[in-house]
Design a protein around this ligand. Sequence first.
Ligand code: SAH
Length: 231
Amino acid sequence: MRPIFIVIFTLAFICSCSAQDDKYKNDRDRMVSRQIENRGISNKTTLDAMRTVPRHDFVPPNLIDRAYDDGPLPIGYGQTISQPYIVAFMTAVIDPKTEYKVLEIGTGSGYQAAVLSEIVSETYTIEIITELYNSSSKRLKDLGYENVKCKNADGYYGWEDHAPFDAIVVTAAAEYIPPPLIDQLKDGSKMIIPVGSPFLNQSLILVEKEGEEITTTNLLPVRFVPFTRGD
Ligand code: SAH
């Protein structure tokens, strides 16, 4: 091919890639303003992270066109990537700071972990389903989220080696709050966790630890996939 054509093809390719990125950037900005800010979330770092993470890279290829819709989406193995508003709500509640070390239980697609890692210095995330652990850890690595560490295990036990955490985010609904997770919270820190029966009557609970005192606050009715247990 003559050099001039190579240049033209290269430029056309670059333009089409950046047009794609722009398309998703607009979708993301619209998602944040309509679904998140409009519903009262104003935590700036959370909004910035939600405007940055390419949610379309975390959904199955056949659902890319719905990546910025106002709802959860299936990610295989009976699991879901949470609704953008819920991801933002949970992130804003723990009010993450740059220096935080955060634990997430339920990596799923890796999206919530990516949102956290845009804000905090260290994100640890645990997934019980090996296939999802494999795909999400590869995705996070490929997208350059180097400050996220993934583990394939039952998150009930937390991640003792890296405890205590500045915040814990649980993205599967447990029937009760796992005591090891409370133990792995730093003094003065928060956990957000959906609690309730599988697929029914669940509440998003904020757990705050002050010395020996544990306070729980019921924040929002929700519907999450169940917190399952390993052998
Ligand atoms: N945070 C995810 C949403 C995941 S859905 C995202 O952003 O895409 C909940 C996830 O929790 C599922 O992938 C499920 O397999 C996982 N899960 C359920 N019980 C678990 C447990 N005990 N330990 C770790 N992961 C668990």
